[in-house]
Write a protein of this length. Structure first.
Length: 1079
């Protein structure tokens, strides 16, 4: 794929290499910097090369011009070499020395830089940013063996703070004429080679606060750059200082014979108005049109605040931005106003890598870089979570650094693909420069800081913090101390709320963690690099006390516990929810459905302990907030705890068992619809939950059946296209054939967007009638596997309502209905053998909201069966059927792919969290591979001899599970421990494992998905709970299922190979997700 209108401003190094391969004569390269200057001075002597747009200059005390041609630049550099040679001969003892350069972005910088390249006795020099402080300069000098630094008058004061061992030399006045007799100074550029070091520079030290040296070769400086030979190239205007990326901008323009204009740093402050005046000045003086604009995000923000600034940007053919992330709202605004905005991505190690150069009239996706080079140059490797890491391959023209054995360089830059544009990637974050929370989750704070900062004029700057904490916060630096804290928070909070809605929950910032900070006049609140990026370590050190106070008990405990009466608990509790979430919470509404996510729960739970309970000494369970269901019910539980009750489930169990029966009655009111049934040849299946672990495998089984002519997949989504994309991703995730791979999938499957809890399942009236009229088999597998939510949550109520609504549809169409339930719905039944029948006792369900909601849905199914069976005349038969399929513990498929929300993968993942796993001598691996489970389900729903309503007294129930008593847990531990290079963990008693787990969760206040299962694991594995013996696993009767279905009878015990494939998959997920993974 070719880029549109490739030119020197947009041409990446990969494109330049391809152009040289294709036409080496037209796209030559220069070996060294001096060869470049000499060649252009000789062949393009009168073309303009360099200018500084100092519109305030009078030239009275200024000997250097605003603009020079290539021949003048060549002569001036020779003259500078003579001056510097004389100065350095007097000051330096060694003939081969490393010279430092500390200078503002000016002609002095350029001429000193080029002049130092000429004398043969100067072996090397490095340049440094004037923004560096004295200790950083000292550090760089020590690491590069620099004994002398050339400084301009702007930096002379800073240089006095350096150690006496460093010789500080003032840059001489370069008063030489523009035309210099070449005989006066002879240089030999031919001695330099492409591989020689051109100069040393340094990083900004953004993360560590300490800059590091970077070596730049002659090839990296100019040899790999594009060379467009045609004359009259447009000029570039750049605001990037020479000591940062400006020198690279120079070389990029000069290799194509183009001019570059610089903002006159040091002569005036960089403001929007000054940039506008500088551009206009450059255009008035420039012999060639100034059509390209190069900048960093900070500069675009300055110009966007000026009406004339927008006009200047709009007048440019191209506006390139790089060096840091541009806030999306600002970029979107500029593009909407007609600015041809191109994002540019480069690195010190590899040069210019990618840009978003495109057809600007039709394509507005400025954030997406276009990966168009040869795949042997660049690749994007998946890193999980929909992100991919950019890897610079061995063929890439410039790699000053490699970190892989194959000669490639993994950049640690993470990207996400465009949903529809091929080879278009948006920058997401740095894998190695993110804030890591105490739960191991990471995020890049920079784009969030930019969004918050640009949201209000009351802000001067923003710093997001949260390293090693349970949740993040933000320091809001006031633009004026006249603004009150409430003014700042109220102005910013609506924008933070919108940002939170778009971000993963661990990135979200609660209202109570917005911390306004006053600023001193004339002092920058945050130290930044020349790219505008925050020097984060310095900032964290500078504001460590404020950050610590944001998490402290003193700040959180704003109310004294003894001042709160039981009657006040509800109002105080509502206030805490508002404090964290920034919105009013209804006391009787479901907490989860009101947008209280897991990160907020950590914060709220801590505030409850400090404000409502006894000064934080009482610790609530991690799942306390979600299990409470509503704020009102939570207040009742807290009042009981305050009055001496244990933190336990006795009250809640009684209440929930009562609620379970109430929900059965509520959702057992059925309504059928009169529809003209039009059965097709062959079965038509309606499947819900097709994107889930079991659902994808059921679909994979059914589409192969010749007896099935069509499969309706009801999926939550905005459109049929979105649903189809979700299904494709789900199949791909499980390594199953996708919709585009098999003709039978494309031909049979119809994806429909739905809301199962709504009337008509959220389908259009046409789709609703069509589905009922055609569908002969209903398989309801959609259910939220969320171990945090209580039964009374809105989520599970919607699922129960959805089950009732699908029953209505199946009964209306006289179809067979199969509800995919779980053995967890009856796993607390202590009978010797749990029979294949519907339970009437709510205590039989395990304590989780998930299990109890399944029990309720089973009872609703049985109620429907009872009602409609009683209405069938004696001796009559109908096609309608209602059955329940209880599925046992699932495990990975043939490829090992499982589901990290399942209980056993979560249990095994704790090895990466605390370095140990429990010894469970009585545990057997009666896990059922999900592909085998799907095969059995397919056999059940397609069985010709399935009983009909009139043929069976009670609702048919089938247990689909692994009934074998081997292998054992101990065998599993032995198998995975024997893997070469396996993850190191110890096997400890279940009590010690639980103790370590609770200690870890209590220490970090982490948001780990395994937390919600600790109570269940205690009940199952610990003999220390209430002094009782650990419960034995339930025993499920499978007599009916074995008798009826051969696929059940053919089931074999799990093999070692399959278990190891599953462990490999779990281990890969541990490495990605766990914060304490040990190898």
């Amino acid at each position: 794929m070719e880029y549109l209108d490739t030119n020197y401003f947009t041409c990446t190094l990969g494109q330049a290499a391809l152009l040289r391969e294709k036409d080496p004569k037209s796209h030559k390269s220069f070996k060294t910097v001096l060869e470049l200057i000499d060649n252009q001075g000789l062949h393009l002597p009168d073309l303009p090369a360099l200018g500084f747009a100092n519109f305030k200059s009078t030239h009275e005390n200024h000997q250097l011009p605003d603009l020079v041609t290539f021949s003048e630049l060549c002569n001036l550099s020779n003259s500078a070499a003579l001056e510097l040679s004389n100065v350095l001969d007097l000051c330096l003892e060694k003939k081969h020395a490393t010279i430092g350069l500390l200078c503002s972005s000016s002609f002095d910088f350029v001429l000193t830089w080029l002049g130092l390249k000429i004398p043969s006795h100067i072996s090397l020099f490095r340049y440094g940013s004037p923004e560096l402080d004295a200790p950083a300069i000292q550090h760089l000098c020590a690491n590069s063996n620099t004994r002398a630094i050339l400084v301009d008058h702007f930096q002379a004061g800073k240089a006095t703070k350096l150690a006496n061992s460093i010789n500080v030399i003032k840059i001489p006045d370069f008063n030489a004429p523009r035309i210099l007799d070449d005989a006066n100074y002879k240089k030999d550029a031919s001695k330099s080679r492409e591989s020689d070091i051109a100069f040393l520079r340094h990083t900004s030290g953004t993360s560590s606060g300490i800059p590091k040296l970077i070596v730049q070769s002659q090839w990296g400086a100019v040899g790999c750059l594009p060379c467009f030979s045609h004359r009259n190239q447009p000029a570039t205007f750049t605001t990037t200082p020479l000591y940062h990326g400006g020198l690279a901008d120079c070389f990029r323009a000069w290799t194509s014979g183009a001019m570059i204009w610089f903002f006159p740093e040091g002569c005036m402050p960089i403001t929007g108005a000054n940039i506008v005046r500088s551009v206009l000045y450059a255009r008035s003086k420039s012999p060639t049109p100034v059509a390209y604009f190069s900048s960093v995000p900070y500069v675009l923000q300055l110009l966007a605040d000026e009406c004339e600034g927008i006009d200047v940007l709009r007048s440019m053919d191209l506006v390139g931005v790089g060096g840091a992330a541009l806030a999306p709202p600002l970029g979107d605004r500029l593009v909407k106003l007609g600015v041809n905005l191109s994002s540019r991505l480069g690195s010190t190690e590899c040069g210019f890598l990618m840009s978003s150069h495109r057809d600007y009239d039709r394509d507005k996706e400025w954030q997406y870089f276009r990966l168009a080079e040869d795949p042997e140059f660049l690749s994007l490797e998946p890193r999980g979570g929909g992100l991919s890491e950019l890897v610079v391959k061995s063929r890439w023209p410039l790699k000053e650094k490699i970190n892989r054995d194959d000669g490639s360089y993994a950049t640690a830059d993470l990207f996400e693909p465009h949903p529809s544009i091929p080879n278009a990637w948006r920058y997401h974050s740095r894998a190695d420069a993110q804030i890591t929370l105490s739960n191991g989750k990471k995020f890049d704070p920079s784009p969030l800081e930019d969004r918050i900062k640009t949201s209000s004029q009351l802000l001067r700057d923003v710093l997001i913090f949260g390293a090693n904490k349970g949740y993040p916060g933000a320091l809001l630096f006031k633009a004026s101390n006249e603004y009150s804290n409430d003014d700042v928070i109220n102005a910013v909070w609506p924008h933070v709320q919108r940002m939170n809605e778009e971000m993963p929950s661990h990135c979200c910032i609660s209202r109570s963690m917005l911390i306004p900070v006053e600023t001193k006049k004339g002092e920058e609140p945050l130290s930044k690099s020349s790219k505008g990026t925050i020097l984060r370590r310095q900032a964290d050190d500078r504001y460590c006390d404020i950050i610590a106070d944001a998490y402290s008990c003193n700040r959180s405990a704003s109310i004294k516990t003894q001042d709160i009466s039981d009657a006040d608990v509800l109002s105080v509790l509502l206030g805490l929810f508002t404090q964290v979430s920034g919105r009013e919470i209804h006391p009787h509404g479901d907490i989860f459905q009101q947008g209280i996510d897991s990160i907020m729960c950590i914060h709220i739970r801590k505030l409850i302990e400090l404000n409502i309970l006894s000064d934080g000494s009482v610790k609530l369970p991690e799942s306390f907030i979600y299990e409470s269901g509503t704020v009102h019910d939570m207040s009742e539980a807290l009042i009981r705890i305050r009055n001496g009750d244990k933190i336990g489930n006795s009250h809640r169990d009684d209440d929930e068992w009562k609620l379970m029966n109430e929900l059965v009655e509520k959702y057992s009111q059925f309504e059928t619809h009169n529809v003209n049934i039009s059965r097709r040849e062959g079965e038509v299946v309606l499947l819900t939950g097709a994107t889930g672990l079991l659902g994808t495998h059921i679909l994979s089984e059914l589409h192969c059946e010749d007896r099935i002519s069509k499969i309706y997949c009801l999926i939550r989504g905005e459109s049929e296209r979105a649903c189809k994309e979700s299904l494709s991703k789900a199949l791909e995730k499980r390594r199953l054939p996708g919709l585009d791979e098999l003709e039978s999938l494309r031909r049979k499957i119809v994806c429909l967007p739905c809301q199962l809890s709504e009337t008509c399942l959220g389908l259009s009236s046409e789709d609703w009638i069509r589905v009922i009229a055609e569908s002969s088999i209903y398989i309801h597998a959609a259910w939220s596997v969320n171990f945090n939510l209580p039964l009374n949550s809105e989520e599970f109520r919607k699922h129960i309502a959805g089950a009732r609504n699908i029953l209505n549809a199946a009964l209306s169409g006289r179809a067979r209905f199969f509800f995919i339930s779980s053995t967890a719905a009856v796993s607390s039944n202590h009978s010797a053998a749990i029979r294949e029948e519907v339970s009437l006792d709510p205590s039989h369900a395990s304590p989780l909201g998930y299990s109890r909601s399944k029990w309720v849905a089973e009872r609703v199914c049985s109620k429907a069966y009872e009602q409609f069976r009683s209405n069938i005349p004696t001796g009559a038969t109908q096609d309608v059927d209602i059955s329940i399929i209880r599925v046992g513990q699932l495990c990975g498929n043939e490829s090992g792919v499982w589901n990290m929300t399942e209980a056993y993968p979560l249990l095994l993942s704790t090895a990466g969290l605390i370095g140990c796993l429990p010894d469970l001598p009585d545990e057997v691996l009666n896990w059922l591979p999900v592909d085998q489970a799907a095969r059995i389900v397919s056999d059940i729903v397609l069985e010709d001899n399935c009983p009909k309503l009139s043929a069976h007294a009670d609702t048919p129930v089938y247990h689909v599970l692994n009934f074998h008593g081997s292998p054992s847990w101990n065998q599993l531990m032995g198998w995975i421990s024997a893997i070469p290079g396996h993850s190191s963990f110890n096997v400890v008693s279940s009590e010690e494992w639980l103790e370590r787990l609770e200690l870890e969760f209590g220490k970090t206040q982490a948001d780990h998905p395994a937390q919600a299962l600790v109570g269940l694991w205690k009940q199952r594995y610990s003999s220390a709970v209430d002094g009782s013996k650990a419960s034995s696993p339930p025993n499920f009767d499978v007599t009916s299922s074995l008798r009826s279905f051969r696929s059940m009878r053919d089931m074999e015990p799990l093999s070692r190979d399959r278990i190891l494939r599953m462990w490999e998959w779990i281990e890969a997920n541990m490495k990605r997700d766990s914060k304490a993974y040990r190898t």
